[in-house]
Design a binder for this molecule. Structure first.
Ligand SMILES: [Zn+2]
Ligand SMILES: [Zn+2]
Length: 248
């Protein structure tokens, strides 16, 4: 049984009562956070889930602030746990995940520092395109963005693809998963660093069981939001909201 909770469904900045990139997944006895944006502030919604685990794993798609600033909120929720943070690091960047987070959470900026938000904090760089977290097989895949960002796959249960443009040819022959969490930044293709719902609606393979759209755009006017919703609904996609729980 896999359960996924959307804790932050917005990109860039909180807006419309939606926090930035953060998804909690419980599967195979592991508790895994996909990105650590301001949505970490919503972890209190999952207090009973947190209580079941001594260990939290955080997988970072990339290091943009809307995906990592919530690491400093973790102290409120997991101060007595072990936390392993995985990021691209030297797999794709000049420096390690530990180095980048030491910069972002330097003590001048955050008093507890990058090692101080839990009982035992350990940083790891992606050890190739496939690695294990307990009994969970993690696969990462390079995406199209302004900095190297990675699609994160947990077994064949969850695929999380945010901060990327969408190209149908990238998805031909890709093993489907029960749940695809995909970015939707715009209705029509404009910004090549991000995806548009028209391309998603025509190009996502039908084999994905359920498609939920997140990393929504805080700058949407009502008209664009309505267009996004209409395009998404026409294909059976759902728009994520904070607190959304997805079973199975
Ligand atoms: Zn982002
Ligand atoms: Zn980004």
């Amino acid at each position: 049984m896999t359960t996924t909770w959307i804790l932050g469904s917005m990109g860039w900045m909180p807006a419309r009562k939606q926090q930035t990139a953060c998804v909690l997944v419980e599967l195979e006895g592991e508790l895994i956070l996909l990105d650590a944006g301001t949505g970490v502030a919503n972890l209190g919604l999952c207090a009973d889930v947190l209580a079941r685990h001594e260990h939290l794993c955080v997988l970072l798609s990339h290091y943009h602030l809307d995906h990592v600033v919530g690491l400093m909120y973790l102290k409120r929720f997991v101060a007595n746990k072990r936390v392993d943070v995985y990021g691209p690091g030297t797999y794709a960047y000049p420096r390690s995940t530990a180095d980048y987070m030491a910069d972002v959470l330097q003590p001048t900026v955050y008093a507890s520092g990058h090692m101080g938000f839990a009982r035992d904090v350990r940083y790891h760089d992606f050890a190739g395109s496939r690695f294990s977290v307990g009994d969970v097989q993690v696969e990462v895949r390079s995406q199209r963005h302004s900095s190297p960002s990675f699609e994160l796959r947990l077994n064949d249960d969850v695929v999380y693809a945010t901060d990327t443009s969408f190209a149908a040819e990238d998805w031909q022959g890709v093993r489907p998963a029960k749940l695809l969490l995909h970015e939707c930044w715009q209705a029509e293709s404009r910004d090549p660093r991000h995806s548009d719902v028209r391309s998603l609606a025509s190009g996502v393979p039908n084999a994905f069981g359920r498609v939920v759209l997140l990393h929504q755009n805080p700058a949407w006017e009502d008209a664009e939001r309505a267009e996004v919703e209409q395009l998404a609904l026409s294909r059976g996609f759902e728009l994520a909201y904070d607190g959304m729980a997805i079973e199975g």
